[in-house]
Every structure is written in C-alpha cells, then in structure tokens.
Design a protein around this ligand. Structure first.
Ligand code: SF4
Length: 356
C-alpha cells in the first residue's frame, strides 16, 4: 500500500455527511458536490477532483475534525491589510486541494493526496478544541488557510460558528473557485475572504492550475456582492502572468467590481515543480502596483519583498494622500486607523475594512 493510499484511508475516517450537495439520481445514488466550481458529479463510491470528498452509498462524505497544519500568524501574512492590522490569527489548514498549481508554496499540504513526496500527516482536533486554543492564545481571528478551504467548508463553518460566539473574526484564504451555493452557505459566518487571482488567461488556469478563469472572476463578484470583506492577490510570476497587458486586465477587472477592493501584487520564488525561472524583481512589483493605481484601484500593495518596493506596503488615504498604516513585511510600524475606527484622521475619509 502506498503512503498516499494509506493517508487517504485514514482521512476517509475523518469525515461527516456534507451539506453542499444535491441529489441528481436517488435510485442510482448519483450526487453532485456544490462546494467548488468543479461541481463534481459523483457516482456511488467515487471521489471528487479534490480527493477528500466522496460518495458513500449516495451520501456525500466531507472532511472534519482534523488539521494538516496549525499555527498563529500575523493577519498581514494571509495577507489581509484592511482587517484588524497587527493582530494575530489562529490559522488552520486541512489536506488536499481542487487545484494542482505547479508553483504551490504549500504543496506538501495541498497535494498530500496526489503526490507521495509530500509525506504529510494530520492531527485530530475538534472545532471546540481549536477555538479554545485561539482563546487561550488571544487571537483576534481564525482563518481556514494553507490548503483550499472551499473543499472543507462544512467543517470551517462548524469552527466559525464557535469563533463567532468567542468574539473572533473569521477568514478564508482561497483560490476563489467557488459556487453561489458555497458563498451563500458561508455568508452568515465569514468576515473576510482573500482570493488569489492567479492569471487572466483561461488557458493558463486550465493547463497549469486545474481551474477555470471565469469561476474565479464570478467568485470575486459573488463574495463582494455578499457583503463579505474581500481582498484579491496576484502572485506575479515571471514569464507566466507578468506582462503589463495581463496586469492591466486584472486591475481593470477588480476596479470594475469595486475600486475599494485591496489588490496585493506579491513576489514569486521558485517552488515545487516551477523551478525554471527567477524570483520576481522588485521593479516588476512596482510596475504592477503602478498599473493597479492607474487603473483606479485605491488600495494596492506589494508583498514578499519587505522594504524593497518603496511605500507600496503602506495604506494611504485616497482623499488626502496621508500615510495611515506603515508596514514592513508582516510588521505594522504605525497604525493611525484602528483608533479612529477606520477614518482618516487628516481629512475624515472613511477607509473600507474591518478596523476595530
Ligand atoms: S469540493 Fe470541488 S473538487 Fe471536491 S468534490 Fe466538491 S466539486 Fe469536486
């Protein structure tokens, strides 16, 4: 038995009946999973593209009660720049993903069920124990992150319900391969959603990542329309998505949804199977950030190159230009917004986000 099969057998025991499902043919025990944009049609005994959700006798089984990774991070690392600046986040991930990005920086977690080299294990834990841990460590928020949270949404909601009772914010760090059903299911329990807009080329999504561009664009709109706080991130990869035309396409799309959505343009480093190119130069990130501003986005940030891209890590007031939050990497050096409840102390412009 290969290690990955052994892991899969163990994980199959860490499941519960899922809610994001529709019955397609009761007699044939055929169901459709609604948790991500793949909308897998599952015959009895089959599993979805993510490998972690499966049809067991006509019932969808979904992951619960374990973590594949757990740590406390600054909220800036997720990254959220307009949510509780400088605060800590209890960050948990499970195992598996509905994408297969060749440059994944968390591939040992996300590809644990596809790639035997990952060699990843898991730790059983209940939602209650997880939140007790967050309370003991006084974290301001809890985030489903590291692997794709959409594929384990039912358990995330179980965790988030308890987090809300404990007064914590709830966050998703996601590839944005959503469905209207999953966003509606999350909406009452989710405060902040970060979506990776990885490229504006559908061919790249399909060939290199295992997704569909339109699903991600739709999810960006749905999340914004649902009133969940949204930030978008593009990892700028040399030779993959760093042309000015493509960056303009991404910036224009986000601007069209809302100029108030923060756009993070962050630096790539060679990882997993994409080791054939260099790191993203600081000049490329600065060019991407300038494009975002010229397209009309009010909050554009560079990431992964602390102190090397001028003031692109800071939050400035779009009304008067004053610097409101100064950052260096994940560190908040100065924060003039939280005390004012998100209002620029200079000119009174309200800055969108979750500040208190
Ligand atoms: S989460 Fe996505 S990939 Fe997994 S079974 Fe559901 S639709 Fe398929």
């Amino acid at each position: 038995m290969t290690p990955s099969l052994s892991l899969q057998a163990q994980l199959d025991r860490m499941t519960m009946p899922g809610a994001l499902v529709e019955v397609v043919d009761a007699e044939q025990k055929k169901i459709r999973c609604l948790a991500c944009g793949h909308r897998c049609l599952l015959k009895d005994g089959r599993r979805g593209i993510c490998q972690v959700r499966f049809n067991d006798g006509g019932m969808l089984r979904v992951p619960h009660n374990y973590v594949g990774a757990l740590q406390i991070d600054p909220v800036e690392k997720k990254p959220f720049f307009h949510v509780a600046p400088g605060q800590s986040v209890l960050s948990f991930g499970m195992l598996g993903c509905d994408f297969r990005c060749s440059y994944c920086q968390n591939w040992e977690i996300s590809q644990a069920l596809r790639d035997e080299a990952a060699g990843r294990s898991f730790t059983p834990i209940t939602a209650e124990e997880l939140i007790a841990l967050g309370r003991a460590r006084r974290t301001r928020a809890v985030a489903s992150t590291y692997n794709e949270p959409l594929i384990t949404t039912e358990w995330a909601v179980e965790v988030f319900k308890r987090a809300k009772t404990a007064g914590m914010l709830t966050l998703y760090v996601s590839n944005g391969n959503g469905t209207p059903e999953v966003i509606e299911y999350l909406r009452p329990w989710l405060d902040g959603y970060k979506i990776d807009l990885k490229t504006m080329q559908d061919a790249h999504y399909r060939r290199e990542l295992g997704g569909v561009l339109q699903h991600v664009l739709d999810t960006i709109r749905w999340v914004h329309e649902a009133g969940i706080w949204l930030e978008v991130l593009t990892l700028v990869v040399p030779g993959f998505n760093d042309s000015s035309d493509e960056l303009w396409d991404a910036a224009r799309f986000i601007r069209e949804v809302s100029p108030d959505i923060p756009w993070h343009v962050t630096a790539f480093h060679p990882d997993y199977k994409m080791t054939d190119r260099d790191r993203t130069p600081a000049e490329t990130l600065a060019r991407a950030a300038e494009i975002g501003c010229e397209a009309g986005l009010r909050y554009v940030y560079s990431g992964n190159l602390p102190g090397r891209t001028g003031d692109w890590e800071d939050t400035r007031c779009p009304g008067c230009g004053e610097t409101l939050i100064r950052r260096r990497g994940f560190l908040v050096m100065e924060n003039r917004l939280s005390a004012s409840g998100g209002v620029c102390p200079g000119c009174g412009t309200a800055i969108p986000g979750i500040w208190r």
